[in-house]
Write a protein that binds this ligand. Structure first.
Ligand code: 2P0
Length: 354
């Protein structure tokens, strides 16, 4: 009848985040609890973001989701965990214009349709799952009137994909690993907002938009099982580095920020190489970009650009200001001429989150 015809929707947009102190390795695979803290910068939503619309209607007879227009299965544990956690916290919702009243218990029976779009290649090492789960959890929480702060929501997004918890905030964000076995204290906090250090410019060189060969989840599992270097990193290196990074961010100390960022990226890839079988995420172009930036920084005496690489060959570079970002682009174009054998696929230039 008429009462079955209503539909309520919420649309949200969430940018991806780039870790400057990396998350790599879980101590609990189901709850997604990491072996160390991590720190990231959330990008502005112009280039690398997910837009998700969530809808509820009594005429829907199952939960369904479409990613970039193609239906995907929601049967995986990660989606189920996020949906269950959000439904369990749902509140009463009333839309007087539509004559709709949903009591919090009703959310257990009502079904959802979810449509999500990435404006960048999925799974190319450009952290699509981070923006995706953060956006999903945020949009569902709005739709269902979940009365929890962003940090609590981040702990739910974490159960979708670890790095997703950091995309609930803009600016600089820390994912605290937590001590609890249940994961209640493994959540994201904002270290500084997007206005704190707005000189920085992020330049991403898309070295390859192909899907990566080893998924982060599988790679991390192999690393935890086989790498001694990871244990040293998690226990001895990252705890100190996180404190130094927090101080560098607080003081807008680019020299220290760049040194820590590059060192942590390199150690993450060293840990990948220390894994059995070894994992190679960077390629020759990635290595050439590192050399170029290292040489430039050395010749200037103080770092101008920081680089960091995730689970793929694409280079994320953070320039100390706009002028430096311009010079960086010139140098990249000179060294990797467009339409040559060594050309880069694309550039993405952005700010921190706005
Ligand atoms: C990071 N990465 O801190 C690190 C650096 C990739 C390299 O978080 O298994 O997709 O879903 O928790 O979050 C990628 O791992 O892995 C990642 P799951 P996720 O950004």
């Amino acid at each position: 009848g008429e009462s079955q015809k209503w539909i309520l929707t919420v649309t949200a947009q969430t940018p991806t985040n780039i870790a400057v102190i990396k998350y790599w390795g879980k101590r609990d695979e189901t709850l997604i609890l990491p072996v160390n803290d991590s720190i990231s910068v959330t990008l502005d939503p112009t280039h690398l973001c997910t837009t998700t619309t969530v809808a509820v209607s009594p005429s829907f007879d199952s939960d369904r989701m479409w990613l970039n227009g193609k239906e995907i299965s929601l049967s995986g544990g990660r989606y189920q965990n996020c949906l269950r956690e959000i439904r369990g916290r749902a509140g009463d919702v009333e839309d007087k214009n539509k004559g709709v009243k949903i009591a919090k218990e009703d959310w257990q029976k009502l079904h959802l349709h979810i449509a999500s779009y990435n404006n960048f290649p999925t799974a190319a090492g450009l952290a699509s799952s981070a923006a995706g789960f953060a956006c999903l959890v945020f949009a569902l929480a709005k739709l269902m009137n979940v009365n929890e702060d962003q940090s609590k929501l981040s702990a739910i997004a974490r159960q979708g994909s670890g790095s997703a918890c950091r995309s609930l905030y803009g600016g600089f964000v820390k994912w605290i690993m937590g001590k609890d076995d249940k994961g209640s204290d493994s959540l994201a906090v904002q270290l500084a907002d997007e206005k704190h250090w707005d000189d920085l410019v992020i330049v991403i060189a898309v070295v390859s938009s192909r899907q990566k060969e080893t998924s982060s989840t599988t790679g991390m599992r192999d690393t935890v099982e086989t790498s001694l270097l990871l244990q040293h990193r998690a226990k001895e290196v990252v705890p100190k580095r996180v404190l130094q990074m927090e101080e560098a961010i607080r003081n807008r100390d680019f020299t220290s920020f760049a040194q820590l960022t590059c060192a942590d990226s390199n150690q993450f890839h060293a840990v990948c190489l220390d894994t059995s079988p070894p994992i190679f995420y960077m390629n020759d172009t990635s290595h050439r970009i590192i050399s170029l930036v290292e040489k430039w920084n050395r010749s200037e005496g103080t770092p101008q650009v920081a680089y960091t690489f995730d689970a793929g060959p694409n280079a994320v570079m953070i320039a100390r200001n706009r002028k430096t970002a311009g010079l960086l682009l010139q140098r990249l174009l000179f060294n990797f001429p467009p339409n040559s054998d060594a050309d880069l696929n694309d550039f993405v230039i952005g700010d921190k989150s706005i």
